[in-house]
Design a protein around this ligand. Sequence first.
Ligand SMILES: [Zn+2]
Length: 280
Amino acid sequence: MMHYRVGDIEVITLVDGHGRAPNALFPDYEADRAAAAARQAGEDYDGETVEVPIHGFALRHGGEITLVDAGAPDGYADTTGAYLDSLAAAGIDPAGVTRLAMTHLHVDHVGQMADAAGKARFPNAELFSGAGDWDHFFGDAPYAATRTGGRERASFDLTRHACRPYADRRHDVAGETEIAPGITMLPLPGHTPGHSGIRLSDGGETLLIWGDTIHAAAFQMAEPDWGVLFDVDRAAARATRKRLFEQLANDGTPILGPHVPRPGPWRVERAPIGYRLAPL
Ligand SMILES: [Zn+2]
């Protein structure tokens, strides 16, 4: 288990697993550039698929527990499904979780919020998500735009199943908002309408959990223009990613992310090709 401290805030990485995404997930993918990017990152390149880790985070702060994201749903991939075991191994009782601070409501981030019967797994937790995400995933129009029986429709259904039990205790977070002392949600729009970062600040230290700013470090650190097929607004996601890389390379704020390689935390550095993640 990996623990970090940001002042008095303890950050625990809760591993769910990992998957191999097809390189075609990146619409701008070019084999030569991908190979060079992976080489710079010190990662293997196989020409077909790329590693996408999946994890969430638990924050212990002021006697409370906040979860940042909550794993993929059962059966998401052969190599995922460890989230609840990771939670138990961290000694976290689901009933003791008071906040769910979501980077966004895609299914690999909300998957374990409800059990198979649709009951809240965190009965005492309030749900915080960036303004626009709930409306996107529960709105009629985006749902109707997905194909019946298709993968995207199934993904909407899974998100709805996981989030519905929190409908009467949820908060749309607009702009930069401190949701608990030292824990601030901030908009990083594009990947989803309400996609957010979670900034931790305590005792003069800062760390940013940057959500799905990247899915594959091997490609996107060097190629920040590359988004993913399921970016809701790919141009906005690209602009957010490039702005953030530049800002982080300048200010040196450490980062973690649900799809960032472990163990971290990392700093963003300028590199011969674009940027790279450097250990602290
Ligand atoms: Zn994701």
